[in-house]
Design a protein around this ligand. Structure first.
Ligand SMILES: C[S@@+](CC[C@H](N)C(=O)[O-])C[C@H]1O[C@@H](n2cnc3c(N)ncnc32)[C@H](O)[C@@H]1O
Length: 218
């Protein structure tokens, strides 16, 4: 027997049905709405080349993965990481687990070495939401640190990092620190990101190559 839906889940359902980007995702056969955020960011900041060597953190269910696979030539490479199932093509290296965990990082390390380093680190990682704003923001900033450490370990000099983040405690300081090791760092809000959400993206272009810059900050 179907359970009774709560008022908030009814509200969520109505909003999803009205949402332009959710409808567009269905119409275009995209895995998720998240797809459009990356399309916008890529168009604006020119992150992707056909031969890019990419680490994608927080890849499930696979909206970004699908977009990235479509953009890569056979000279490019994609490593997609998530503990949840990712819909990915056969050429994508899927790692099941949490970025930042020793076993997963060892595997990324091996793959990145085979590729002579990575040209782009992307993170759409999001924490499980507790509903307590300060706790959720602290968790989101921890994930931002995980992504930045990954960039410092595996990006080639001149490589790029783009991450999802949330406006709030710690973000401005994080951006200021990141500016020390990247040529250009901006905070951007794609149109496809819900206006009422604190979600933003930080795009950092042109890694300096200083690998230990963030070691004391985590
Ligand atoms: C918003 S979803 C990603 C959506 C995805 N970009 C897409 O286009 O389909 C956030 C994901 O981050 C993942 N995640 C959270 N912490 C993570 C971690 N430490 N390592 C890898 N993935 C993580 C979650 O499991 C979740 O699937």
């Amino acid at each position: 027997m179907a359970g009774k839906r709560s008022k908030s889940s009814d509200r969520w359902l109505r909003r999803q049905q009205k949402d332009h980007f959710v409808r567009a995702a269905h119409a275009q056969g995209q895995v998720s709405r998240a797809h459009f955020k990356l399309v916008e960011i890529d168009q604006k900041y020119k992150l992707l080349a056909g031969n890019a060597r990419i680490l994608e953190l927080g890849a499930a269910p696979g909206g970004w993965t699908n977009y990235l696979e479509g953009k890569l030539s056979n000279k490019g490479a994609l490593i997609a990481v998530d503990p949840l199932p990712i819909t990915a093509g056969v050429h994508t290296e899927v790692l099941v687990g949490l970025a930042g965990d020793e076993e997963v990082d060892k595997e990324i390390d091996r793959l990145a070495a085979e590729l002579d380093g990575l040209t782009l680190v992307l993170s759409d990682m999001a924490p499980n939401i507790s509903g307590i704003r300060a706790v959720d923001q602290a968790r989101a900033m921890e994930l931002a640190d995980v992504a930045r450490m990954a960039a410092a370990k595996w990006l080639v000099t001149g490589g790029h990092l783009a991450i999802k983040a949330f406006q709030g405690e710690g973000l401005d300081e994080w951006v200021a620190q990141t500016r020390q090791c990247f040529k250009k760092v901006v905070i951007t809000k794609p149109k496809s990101s819900r206006t009422e959400s604190r979600e933003v993206f930080v795009v950092a272009k042109g890694f300096s190559g200083v690998r230990d810059a963030f070691n004391d900050l985590v």
